[in-house]
Design a protein around this ligand. Structure first.
Ligand code: COA
Ligand code: AMP
Length: 638
């Protein structure tokens, strides 16, 4: 048997420079790189330092030039509107050239930041690619975040323009974006000059309301997307250095301040093209349907950039896995668009299974085009894996990765060879990621021993190069704990066959419906309530959403309050500060929180108790009576 995977993995590990220079040939360069890796700033690394390219050329022009301009590039399928709109490569290129012209006409230059706050509509992909065309750095913010989170991102990356829309459509309501943008601008320290608005029917607020209002003493231009495109001059691509940032994508860490993951241009393009060959096995003529959101890394990589770089068709889906109109919608999309490769989150599959236990609604559609289902964002539990495998009868591939890495660290490499699957494991490390398991002191652990999952430096192309404006935070957060390694923040083990098992986070990051959230950020909000003396937020196992956030508050002494009212206020506060996406609904008032003698709240012990797991009480606990009192609240049946 040809062991293509083993060969590729060994090459990438033993001679990364040769391996990645070869992979870089899959990309169209203005200046082809001769140097693979620049390690002069160790522990920071730059891939292809002498290369120059433009990403929109790789995603669009090169396919048109190769005679594939008539192929479908993007299918916008909106279950919310009941519409389907298709763009060929030539049409999408035209839209991108024009919108790049709009931005350039407003003075946006290479290196400027542009914040994109858009729902799942084609303008999101167009705006991202238009920024890439100019070498402007985009930062896309998920629509479920509240104005305060938006403001934090505006302050951090100082965009000169914001591209937004009238709003997003959720099954239960319309989400008005314009008041959120206006509020965020009033809370931030903005350098924003222009807000460009894609109009959608059916929303209460229009840009005219904001046009003449000053925000923080500043006049901001509120402009209509459609109007602007009428007079714009289509703009050609600006070649940028391979190391030039393509985007900043904020993600949750342990603190309240989100981390701006910086992605380069050439390394990312190379890695995505490689992943389409080696992992996803997607090529021109194939159709990829990634049911995520452009606000997340999965959306950046596998809704927008990778399928287009590969010359395939991408489906941009506005809707949910269930209820729009039913749990068969994924099947309908596969059949309608002859999807060959699908990607979704385990939560979506669990939601389908809950609504339709046998998956009969999906199975009622013609699924014959589908070759593989990829799943990521949170652990794929064995039950859900078996459900999907039985329903579809094709490989169901768990892939493990993070906003930081930009593409999978571990996956079954279907494009190289299909390895036997093991339920509960994302299979083996992808070529380029030298995954090791280390203990807290940095010692390498043996097979089957659980520890910190780390990746030996250098990270492969495509992974983050730093945090926006903060090399030191990047080094302190990821590169300092274990010498020569990138700390993933996940724990797990490698089994005797080299399969990786990811067991969960080692920090205060939780994953709710595949959405990454910080319990630390939620604690900051709870602590800001005037009645709260101290608090803890922990992630509890949830049968549908993987995890859910649960808050515990100790009241200030002497505070008399109606508990039900207090809980309502706290839930509303989290929604107001972080957003609906936090999905924060549970608050329990407790007399005290269990702590170590040095004052550290025993969140892990609380989580283990609440999840019904075996737990050990640290010998450093301050007062065991506190835990005894908490037990019936954390685990009512105990
Ligand atoms: N803009 C604004 N609000 C949003 C939003 C968006 N893009 N996405 C979600 N929200 C809101 C929802 O409306 C909801 O608000 P509500 O509390 O007022 O009802 C809240 O955030 C929580 O939403 P969600 O997590 O989607 O839960 P749900 O119960 O509405 O739906 C599922 C459950 C399983 C259908 C849904 O979570 C889902 O589709 N999950 C898959 C997620 C996914 O693909 N993640 C990919 C990451 S790779
Ligand atoms: P995000 O940055 O939003 O992609 O979230 C990354 C985190 O989600 C990882 O560090 C993991 O904790 C978790 N995660 C993502 N995919 C998987 C997976 N396939 N298996 C287990 N955990 C996952």
């Amino acid at each position: 048997m040809v062991q293509e995977y083993r060969q590729a993995f060994d090459q990438a590990t033993n001679d990364p420079a040769a391996f990645w220079l070869q992979a870089a040939r899959g990309i169209s360069w203005d200046t082809e790189p001769q140097i693979a890796l620049d390690d002069q700033r160790k522990p920071l690394y730059d891939w292809f330092p002498d290369g120059k390219l433009n990403l929109s050329v790789n995603a669009l022009d090169r396919h048109v030039d190769a005679g594939r301009g008539g192929n479908t590039a993007l299918i916008y399928d909106s279950a919310m509107l009941g519409t389907v709109t298709k763009y060929t490569y030539s049409e999408l290129l035209r839209e991108v050239e024009i919108f790049a012209g709009v931005l350039a006409g407003r003075g946006v230059k290479t290196g400027d930041r542009v914040l994109i706050y858009l729902p799942m509509i084609p303008q999101a992909a167009i705006a991202m690619l238009a920024c890439a065309r100019l070498g402007a750095i985009h930062s896309v913010v998920f629509g479920g975040f509240a104005p305060k989170e938006l403001a934090a991102r505006i302050t951090d990356c100082a965009p000169v323009a914001i591209v937004t829309a009238s709003g997003g459509i959720e099954p239960s309501r319309h989400i008005e974006y314009l008041p959120a943008v206006a509020e965020a601008l009033s809370l931030a320290e903005p350098a924003v000059k222009d807000v460009i608005v894609a109009h959608r029917d059916g929303f209460a607020h229009s840009l005219q309301e904001y046009q003449d209002k000053e925000i923080n003493g500043q006049q901001i231009n509120w402009l209509d997307w459609e109007e602007q495109t009428k007079t714009a001059t289509p703009t050609g691509p600006v070649p940028v250095d391979s190391t030039h940032p393509l985007y900043v994508l904020y993600t949750s860490g342990t603190t309240g301040s989100p981390k701006g993951v910086v992605r380069d241009t050439g390394g990312y393009a190379t890695a995505l093209q490689y992943s389409m060959n080696a992992v996803y096995d997607v090529h021109p003529g194939d159709t990829m349907f990634t049911a995520s959101d452009v606000g997340w890394v999965v959306g950046h990589s596998y809704i927008v950039y990778a399928p287009l770089i590969a010359g395939a068709t991408t489906v941009l889906y506005e809707g949910k896995p269930i209820g729009t109109p039913d749990a068969g919608v994924f099947g309908r999309i596969i059949a309608d668009h002859k999807v060959t490769t699908m990607f979704t989150a385990p939560t979506a599959l669990r939601a389908v299974r809950k609504a339709d236990p046998e998956g009969a609604l999906i199975a009622s559609h013609d699924l014959s085009s589908l070759r593989a289902l990829f799943v990521a964002g949170e652990r794929l539990d064995p039950d859900t894996y078996h459900f999907a495998s039985k329903l579809l009868g094709i490989p169901v591939v768990d892939n493990w990765w993070q906003t930081e890495t930009g593409w999978p660290i571990a996956s079954n490499p279907l494009g190289l060879e299909e390895l036997p699957a093991k339920a509960g494991s994302p299979t083996t490390p992808v070529p380029g990621f030298d995954v090791q398991i280390r203990d807290a002191l940095g010692e390498q652990l043996e097979a089957n021993q659980e520890g910190n999952i780390v990746v030996k430096l250098p990270l492969p192309p495509g992974a983050l190069t730093t945090l926006w404006g903060n090399d030191q935070r990047f080094i302190d957060t990821y590169l300092s704990q274990i010498e020569g390694c990138y700390l993933t923040g996940d724990s797990g083990f490698l089994d005797d066959d080299g399969y990786l098992f990811v067991m969960g986070r080692t920090d205060d990051v939780i994953n709710v419906s595949g959405h990454r959230l910080s319990t630390g950020a939620m604690e900051q909000v709870l602590a800001s309530h005037p009645a709260v003396a101290e608090c803890a937020v922990i992630g509890l196992a949830d049968a549908l959403k993987g995890q859910r956030a649960s808050g515990y508050v100790v009241l200030k002494s002497g505070v008399e309050t109606d508990e039900a009212e207090l809980k309502k206020e706290i839930v509303a506060l989290v929604r107001q500060h972080i957003g609906a996406v936090a999905d924060f609904r549970e608050v329990t008032v407790v007399a005290a929180l269990p702590k170590t003698r040095s004052g550290k709240i025993l969140r892990k012990t609380m989580r283990q108790i609440a999840d019904g797991k075996d737990y050990t009480v640290p010998s450093t606990i301050e007062d065991t009576a506190v835990l005894d009192e908490l037990l019936p609240l954390l685990r009512p049946q105990a």
